[in-house]
Ligand binder design. Structure first.
Ligand SMILES: *Cc1c(COP(=O)(O)O)cnc(C)c1O
Length: 392
Protein backbone atom coordinates (compact mmCIF):
# COMPACT_ATOMS: atom_id res chain seq x y z
CA UNK A 1 0.00 0.00 0.00
CA UNK A 2 1.28 3.47 -0.89
CA UNK A 3 2.46 5.53 2.10
CA UNK A 4 1.65 2.72 4.56
CA UNK A 5 2.78 3.34 8.14
CA UNK A 6 5.77 1.42 9.51
CA UNK A 7 3.61 -0.90 11.65
CA UNK A 8 1.80 -1.96 8.48
CA UNK A 9 5.03 -2.40 6.51
CA UNK A 10 6.32 -4.69 9.30
CA UNK A 11 3.42 -7.03 8.70
CA UNK A 12 3.71 -7.22 4.94
CA UNK A 13 7.30 -6.56 3.82
CA UNK A 14 9.34 -9.43 2.40
CA UNK A 15 6.50 -11.88 1.77
CA UNK A 16 4.17 -12.65 -1.12
CA UNK A 17 1.64 -15.40 -0.34
CA UNK A 18 0.32 -15.41 -3.93
CA UNK A 19 3.71 -16.63 -5.16
CA UNK A 20 3.83 -19.25 -2.43
CA UNK A 21 0.66 -21.38 -2.61
CA UNK A 22 -1.19 -18.77 -0.55
CA UNK A 23 0.96 -19.56 2.48
CA UNK A 24 1.32 -16.50 4.71
CA UNK A 25 5.04 -16.81 5.45
CA UNK A 26 7.83 -17.26 2.88
CA UNK A 27 9.55 -20.64 2.69
CA UNK A 28 12.95 -21.22 4.28
CA UNK A 29 15.49 -22.25 1.64
CA UNK A 30 18.28 -24.52 2.85
CA UNK A 31 20.91 -24.15 0.19
CA UNK A 32 24.53 -24.50 -0.77
CA UNK A 33 24.60 -25.68 -4.40
CA UNK A 34 22.44 -24.12 -7.09
CA UNK A 35 22.22 -26.07 -10.36
CA UNK A 36 22.38 -24.50 -13.82
CA UNK A 37 20.55 -26.30 -16.60
CA UNK A 38 23.00 -25.29 -19.35
CA UNK A 39 26.56 -24.12 -19.78
CA UNK A 40 25.16 -20.81 -21.03
CA UNK A 41 23.19 -20.31 -17.83
CA UNK A 42 26.28 -21.14 -15.76
CA UNK A 43 28.35 -18.56 -17.64
CA UNK A 44 25.66 -15.90 -17.45
CA UNK A 45 25.73 -16.32 -13.66
CA UNK A 46 29.43 -15.43 -13.65
CA UNK A 47 28.76 -12.25 -15.63
CA UNK A 48 26.26 -10.82 -13.17
CA UNK A 49 26.84 -12.70 -9.91
CA UNK A 50 24.43 -10.66 -7.80
CA UNK A 51 21.55 -10.64 -10.26
CA UNK A 52 20.60 -14.25 -9.71
CA UNK A 53 20.65 -16.92 -7.05
CA UNK A 54 23.82 -18.87 -7.91
CA UNK A 55 25.32 -20.15 -4.67
CA UNK A 56 24.08 -20.45 -1.09
CA UNK A 57 26.63 -18.08 0.40
CA UNK A 58 25.66 -15.25 -1.97
CA UNK A 59 22.01 -15.37 -0.89
CA UNK A 60 18.78 -17.28 -1.30
CA UNK A 61 15.13 -16.21 -1.57
CA UNK A 62 15.08 -16.34 2.25
CA UNK A 63 17.99 -13.88 2.45
CA UNK A 64 16.38 -11.65 -0.17
CA UNK A 65 13.05 -11.60 1.68
CA UNK A 66 14.74 -10.40 4.89
CA UNK A 67 16.90 -7.85 3.04
CA UNK A 68 13.88 -6.56 1.16
CA UNK A 69 11.87 -6.08 4.36
CA UNK A 70 14.71 -4.19 6.09
CA UNK A 71 15.37 -2.02 3.02
CA UNK A 72 11.69 -1.12 2.82
CA UNK A 73 11.58 -0.16 6.50
CA UNK A 74 14.73 1.96 6.29
CA UNK A 75 13.94 3.54 2.93
CA UNK A 76 17.13 2.02 1.54
CA UNK A 77 18.10 1.10 -2.02
CA UNK A 78 18.88 -2.43 -0.85
CA UNK A 79 20.23 -4.23 2.21
CA UNK A 80 22.86 -6.93 2.79
CA UNK A 81 22.32 -9.65 5.37
CA UNK A 82 25.27 -10.83 7.52
CA UNK A 83 25.93 -13.51 10.11
CA UNK A 84 25.93 -11.13 13.12
CA UNK A 85 25.78 -7.45 14.00
CA UNK A 86 29.53 -7.25 14.47
CA UNK A 87 29.99 -8.95 11.12
CA UNK A 88 27.79 -6.25 9.58
CA UNK A 89 29.96 -3.53 11.14
CA UNK A 90 33.21 -5.17 9.99
CA UNK A 91 31.84 -5.78 6.49
CA UNK A 92 30.68 -2.18 6.11
CA UNK A 93 34.02 -0.80 7.35
CA UNK A 94 35.96 -3.16 5.04
CA UNK A 95 33.81 -2.05 2.10
CA UNK A 96 34.73 1.62 2.40
CA UNK A 97 38.34 1.65 3.69
CA UNK A 98 41.74 1.00 2.20
CA UNK A 99 45.33 1.53 3.27
CA UNK A 100 46.09 5.23 3.70
CA UNK A 101 42.51 6.20 4.59
CA UNK A 102 41.45 8.11 7.69
CA UNK A 103 38.40 6.86 9.58
CA UNK A 104 36.48 8.76 12.26
CA UNK A 105 34.56 6.74 14.85
CA UNK A 106 32.39 8.02 17.69
CA UNK A 107 33.95 7.52 21.13
CA UNK A 108 30.63 6.02 22.24
CA UNK A 109 30.80 3.12 19.75
CA UNK A 110 30.06 -0.48 20.76
CA UNK A 111 33.29 -1.95 22.23
CA UNK A 112 33.86 -4.65 19.59
CA UNK A 113 33.51 -1.97 16.84
CA UNK A 114 36.54 -0.23 18.37
CA UNK A 115 38.40 -3.51 18.65
CA UNK A 116 37.84 -4.29 14.96
CA UNK A 117 39.03 -0.79 14.00
CA UNK A 118 42.08 -0.83 16.29
CA UNK A 119 43.17 -4.42 15.84
CA UNK A 120 42.30 -5.01 12.19
CA UNK A 121 42.01 -1.71 10.30
CA UNK A 122 45.03 -0.05 11.96
CA UNK A 123 47.47 -2.89 11.15
CA UNK A 124 46.25 -2.64 7.53
CA UNK A 125 47.40 0.98 7.44
CA UNK A 126 44.14 2.80 8.14
CA UNK A 127 44.34 5.79 10.48
CA UNK A 128 41.56 5.44 13.08
CA UNK A 129 40.55 8.48 15.10
CA UNK A 130 37.80 8.71 17.73
CA UNK A 131 35.63 11.77 18.30
CA UNK A 132 33.40 13.20 21.01
CA UNK A 133 29.87 11.86 20.35
CA UNK A 134 28.44 15.33 21.09
CA UNK A 135 30.71 17.04 18.52
CA UNK A 136 27.93 17.82 15.99
CA UNK A 137 29.02 20.15 13.16
CA UNK A 138 32.36 20.50 14.98
CA UNK A 139 33.36 17.28 13.19
CA UNK A 140 34.49 19.60 10.38
CA UNK A 141 37.69 20.30 12.33
CA UNK A 142 38.61 16.58 12.27
CA UNK A 143 37.84 15.84 8.62
CA UNK A 144 40.78 15.27 6.28
CA UNK A 145 40.89 14.94 2.49
CA UNK A 146 41.44 11.17 2.98
CA UNK A 147 38.64 10.66 5.52
CA UNK A 148 36.77 7.76 3.94
CA UNK A 149 34.32 6.86 6.73
CA UNK A 150 32.57 8.67 9.57
CA UNK A 151 31.06 6.06 11.87
CA UNK A 152 28.23 7.01 14.25
CA UNK A 153 26.27 5.21 16.92
CA UNK A 154 23.32 7.06 18.37
CA UNK A 155 22.44 6.80 21.19
CA UNK A 156 25.92 5.59 22.18
CA UNK A 157 26.60 2.18 23.70
CA UNK A 158 26.52 2.27 27.54
CA UNK A 159 26.34 6.08 27.81
CA UNK A 160 23.45 6.92 25.43
CA UNK A 161 24.59 10.31 24.07
CA UNK A 162 22.38 11.23 21.11
CA UNK A 163 24.36 12.53 18.14
CA UNK A 164 23.52 15.35 15.74
CA UNK A 165 23.33 12.94 12.82
CA UNK A 166 22.26 15.42 10.08
CA UNK A 167 24.97 17.95 11.02
CA UNK A 168 27.73 15.33 11.11
CA UNK A 169 26.51 13.76 7.87
CA UNK A 170 26.40 17.12 6.08
CA UNK A 171 29.95 17.94 7.18
CA UNK A 172 31.26 14.50 6.20
CA UNK A 173 29.84 14.90 2.69
CA UNK A 174 32.14 17.90 2.08
CA UNK A 175 35.13 15.52 1.91
CA UNK A 176 33.20 12.69 0.27
CA UNK A 177 33.29 10.42 3.32
CA UNK A 178 30.78 7.58 3.64
CA UNK A 179 28.61 8.12 6.73
CA UNK A 180 27.67 4.98 8.65
CA UNK A 181 25.58 4.47 11.76
CA UNK A 182 25.02 1.61 14.14
CA UNK A 183 21.22 1.97 14.40
CA UNK A 184 20.62 -1.07 16.61
CA UNK A 185 19.10 0.77 19.60
CA UNK A 186 16.44 2.64 17.63
CA UNK A 187 15.63 -0.24 15.26
CA UNK A 188 14.40 0.52 11.70
CA UNK A 189 11.10 1.47 13.32
CA UNK A 190 12.15 4.44 15.46
CA UNK A 191 14.89 6.04 13.35
CA UNK A 192 15.49 6.16 9.59
CA UNK A 193 19.11 7.30 9.30
CA UNK A 194 19.10 7.39 5.49
CA UNK A 195 16.51 10.17 5.67
CA UNK A 196 18.98 12.19 7.78
CA UNK A 197 21.97 12.10 5.44
CA UNK A 198 23.47 8.75 6.44
CA UNK A 199 24.70 6.42 3.66
CA UNK A 200 24.88 3.09 5.45
CA UNK A 201 22.73 1.96 8.39
CA UNK A 202 23.80 -1.10 10.36
CA UNK A 203 21.79 -3.31 12.71
CA UNK A 204 22.58 -6.10 15.06
CA UNK A 205 19.35 -7.93 14.19
CA UNK A 206 20.31 -10.26 17.05
CA UNK A 207 18.72 -7.67 19.35
CA UNK A 208 15.16 -6.40 18.77
CA UNK A 209 14.66 -7.69 15.23
CA UNK A 210 15.10 -11.36 16.18
CA UNK A 211 13.83 -10.29 19.61
CA UNK A 212 13.87 -13.63 21.40
CA UNK A 213 17.54 -14.12 22.33
CA UNK A 214 17.79 -17.15 20.07
CA UNK A 215 19.75 -16.20 16.93
CA UNK A 216 22.71 -14.11 15.74
CA UNK A 217 22.00 -11.91 12.71
CA UNK A 218 23.12 -8.64 11.14
CA UNK A 219 22.03 -6.39 8.31
CA UNK A 220 23.39 -3.37 6.43
CA UNK A 221 21.09 -0.93 4.56
CA UNK A 222 22.54 1.22 1.80
CA UNK A 223 21.22 4.48 0.39
CA UNK A 224 22.19 3.91 -3.24
CA UNK A 225 23.24 1.26 -5.74
CA UNK A 226 26.98 2.03 -5.68
CA UNK A 227 27.10 1.76 -1.89
CA UNK A 228 25.07 -1.44 -1.95
CA UNK A 229 27.40 -2.97 -4.53
CA UNK A 230 30.46 -2.04 -2.44
CA UNK A 231 28.94 -3.66 0.66
CA UNK A 232 27.69 -6.72 -1.25
CA UNK A 233 31.16 -7.23 -2.74
CA UNK A 234 32.80 -6.94 0.70
CA UNK A 235 30.27 -9.42 2.13
CA UNK A 236 30.92 -11.82 -0.73
CA UNK A 237 34.71 -11.57 -0.46
CA UNK A 238 34.71 -12.25 3.27
CA UNK A 239 32.10 -14.97 2.87
CA UNK A 240 29.63 -13.77 5.46
CA UNK A 241 26.25 -15.41 5.48
CA UNK A 242 23.63 -16.40 8.02
CA UNK A 243 21.86 -19.73 8.35
CA UNK A 244 18.41 -19.84 6.74
CA UNK A 245 16.56 -20.66 9.96
CA UNK A 246 18.18 -17.70 11.73
CA UNK A 247 17.23 -15.37 8.86
CA UNK A 248 13.70 -16.68 9.12
CA UNK A 249 13.69 -15.86 12.84
CA UNK A 250 14.71 -12.30 11.90
CA UNK A 251 11.89 -12.08 9.40
CA UNK A 252 9.42 -13.49 11.91
CA UNK A 253 10.66 -11.10 14.61
CA UNK A 254 9.89 -8.14 12.36
CA UNK A 255 6.18 -9.00 12.36
CA UNK A 256 5.85 -8.26 16.08
CA UNK A 257 8.56 -5.60 16.40
CA UNK A 258 6.15 -2.69 16.80
CA UNK A 259 4.09 -4.23 19.61
CA UNK A 260 7.15 -5.53 21.41
CA UNK A 261 8.88 -2.17 21.23
CA UNK A 262 5.84 -0.38 22.65
CA UNK A 263 6.11 -2.54 25.76
CA UNK A 264 9.92 -2.31 25.99
CA UNK A 265 9.60 1.47 25.68
CA UNK A 266 6.86 1.87 28.32
CA UNK A 267 8.55 -0.47 30.82
CA UNK A 268 11.98 1.15 30.38
CA UNK A 269 10.44 4.57 31.02
CA UNK A 270 8.67 3.26 34.15
CA UNK A 271 11.90 1.70 35.43
CA UNK A 272 13.90 4.84 34.60
CA UNK A 273 11.45 6.99 36.53
CA UNK A 274 11.48 4.69 39.55
CA UNK A 275 15.28 4.42 39.48
CA UNK A 276 15.70 8.20 39.28
CA UNK A 277 13.99 8.42 42.70
CA UNK A 278 16.36 6.03 44.46
CA UNK A 279 18.81 7.95 46.67
CA UNK A 280 21.81 5.88 45.48
CA UNK A 281 21.14 6.74 41.81
CA UNK A 282 22.92 9.91 40.67
CA UNK A 283 22.07 9.79 36.95
CA UNK A 284 19.71 7.97 34.63
CA UNK A 285 21.10 7.87 31.09
CA UNK A 286 18.01 7.50 28.94
CA UNK A 287 17.57 9.64 25.79
CA UNK A 288 13.91 10.38 26.62
CA UNK A 289 14.93 12.05 29.92
CA UNK A 290 15.81 15.76 29.71
CA UNK A 291 19.22 15.45 31.40
CA UNK A 292 20.55 12.85 28.93
CA UNK A 293 23.19 14.44 26.63
CA UNK A 294 21.54 15.06 23.27
CA UNK A 295 17.97 14.81 24.60
CA UNK A 296 16.87 17.72 22.35
CA UNK A 297 18.36 15.94 19.32
CA UNK A 298 16.53 12.77 20.34
CA UNK A 299 13.27 14.74 20.43
CA UNK A 300 13.98 16.27 17.02
CA UNK A 301 15.13 13.14 15.15
CA UNK A 302 13.93 9.99 16.96
CA UNK A 303 11.14 10.76 19.44
CA UNK A 304 10.67 7.16 20.56
CA UNK A 305 12.78 4.95 22.79
CA UNK A 306 13.53 1.26 23.20
CA UNK A 307 14.20 -0.72 26.36
CA UNK A 308 17.93 -0.20 26.91
CA UNK A 309 19.39 2.48 29.20
CA UNK A 310 21.94 2.98 31.97
CA UNK A 311 22.05 4.34 35.49
CA UNK A 312 24.96 5.67 37.52
CA UNK A 313 24.97 5.12 41.28
CA UNK A 314 27.25 6.45 43.99
CA UNK A 315 30.36 4.26 43.83
CA UNK A 316 29.40 0.84 45.18
CA UNK A 317 32.07 -1.48 46.62
CA UNK A 318 32.27 -4.88 44.94
CA UNK A 319 30.77 -6.99 47.80
CA UNK A 320 27.73 -4.68 48.00
CA UNK A 321 27.32 -4.82 44.21
CA UNK A 322 27.43 -8.61 44.37
CA UNK A 323 24.79 -8.59 47.12
CA UNK A 324 22.64 -6.30 44.99
CA UNK A 325 22.90 -8.26 41.72
CA UNK A 326 23.34 -11.88 42.72
CA UNK A 327 19.82 -12.59 43.95
CA UNK A 328 17.70 -10.94 41.27
CA UNK A 329 14.70 -13.06 40.38
CA UNK A 330 13.64 -11.64 37.00
CA UNK A 331 16.63 -9.69 35.70
CA UNK A 332 19.30 -11.87 34.16
CA UNK A 333 22.96 -10.88 34.04
CA UNK A 334 24.49 -11.33 30.62
CA UNK A 335 25.61 -9.70 27.38
CA UNK A 336 23.33 -8.79 24.53
CA UNK A 337 19.81 -7.34 24.86
CA UNK A 338 16.67 -6.85 22.77
CA UNK A 339 15.05 -10.14 23.72
CA UNK A 340 11.81 -10.63 25.68
CA UNK A 341 13.74 -10.89 28.94
CA UNK A 342 15.07 -8.22 31.29
CA UNK A 343 18.81 -7.88 31.77
CA UNK A 344 21.21 -5.96 33.97
CA UNK A 345 24.96 -5.57 33.57
CA UNK A 346 27.70 -3.49 35.25
CA UNK A 347 29.44 -1.24 32.68
CA UNK A 348 32.72 0.69 32.71
CA UNK A 349 32.83 3.29 29.93
CA UNK A 350 35.95 4.95 31.37
CA UNK A 351 37.97 1.88 30.37
CA UNK A 352 37.31 2.21 26.64
CA UNK A 353 37.15 5.96 25.86
CA UNK A 354 40.04 7.78 24.21
CA UNK A 355 38.71 10.99 22.60
CA UNK A 356 36.72 11.99 25.67
CA UNK A 357 37.06 11.08 29.32
CA UNK A 358 34.37 9.43 31.39
CA UNK A 359 35.18 10.96 34.78
CA UNK A 360 32.07 9.99 36.77
CA UNK A 361 33.44 7.79 39.59
CA UNK A 362 30.04 6.19 40.19
CA UNK A 363 29.04 2.61 39.49
CA UNK A 364 27.21 2.21 36.17
CA UNK A 365 24.60 -0.43 35.44
CA UNK A 366 23.05 -1.02 32.02
CA UNK A 367 19.48 -2.28 32.09
CA UNK A 368 17.26 -3.84 29.47
CA UNK A 369 13.54 -3.74 30.19
CA UNK A 370 12.03 -6.97 28.90
CA UNK A 371 8.39 -7.83 28.36
CA UNK A 372 7.61 -8.84 31.95
CA UNK A 373 5.14 -6.73 33.94
CA UNK A 374 6.86 -3.44 34.81
CA UNK A 375 5.66 -3.48 38.43
CA UNK A 376 7.14 -6.94 38.90
CA UNK A 377 10.43 -5.68 37.46
CA UNK A 378 10.36 -2.75 39.89
CA UNK A 379 9.73 -5.14 42.79
CA UNK A 380 12.78 -7.14 41.69
CA UNK A 381 14.88 -3.96 41.60
CA UNK A 382 13.44 -2.83 44.94
CA UNK A 383 14.75 -6.04 46.47
CA UNK A 384 18.14 -5.42 44.87
CA UNK A 385 18.35 -1.91 46.35
CA UNK A 386 17.31 -3.26 49.77
CA UNK A 387 20.17 -5.79 49.61
CA UNK A 388 22.53 -3.02 48.48
CA UNK A 389 21.56 -0.83 51.44
CA UNK A 390 21.97 -3.72 53.87
CA UNK A 391 25.45 -4.45 52.50
CA UNK A 392 26.77 -0.88 52.60
C1 LIG B 1 25.17 -6.31 20.22
C2 LIG B 1 25.56 -5.13 19.44
C3 LIG B 1 26.28 -5.26 18.25
C4 LIG B 1 26.81 -6.59 17.77
O1 LIG B 1 25.82 -7.43 17.38
P1 LIG B 1 25.98 -9.04 17.36
O2 LIG B 1 24.80 -9.47 16.59
O3 LIG B 1 26.00 -9.47 18.79
O4 LIG B 1 27.28 -9.33 16.69
C5 LIG B 1 26.54 -4.12 17.53
N1 LIG B 1 26.14 -2.91 17.95
C6 LIG B 1 25.46 -2.75 19.08
C7 LIG B 1 25.04 -1.39 19.49
C8 LIG B 1 25.15 -3.84 19.88
O5 LIG B 1 24.52 -3.67 21.04
Amino acid sequence: MKDARKDTVLGHAGRSPRENHGIVNPPVYHCSTVLFPTLEDLEAGDQAPFDRINYGRIGTPTTLAFEQAIAELEGAYRAVNTGSGLNAIATALFAFTKTGDHVLITDSAYGPTRRFANDTLVPYGVEVEYFDPTIGAGITGLLKPNTSVVFLESPGSLTFEVQDVPAIAAAAKTVGATVMIDNTWATPLFFQPLQHGVDVSIHSATKYIVGHADAMLGVISCANEAQWLAVKKAATRTGTCAGPDDIYLGLRGLRTLAVRLKQHEASALALAEWLSKQPEVTRVLHPALPDCPGHELWKRDIGRSSGLFSIVMNAVPKPALSAMLNSLELFGMGYSWGGFESLILPARPAAVRTATRWTDPGTMLRLHAGLEDADDLIRDLDGAFARLRAAL
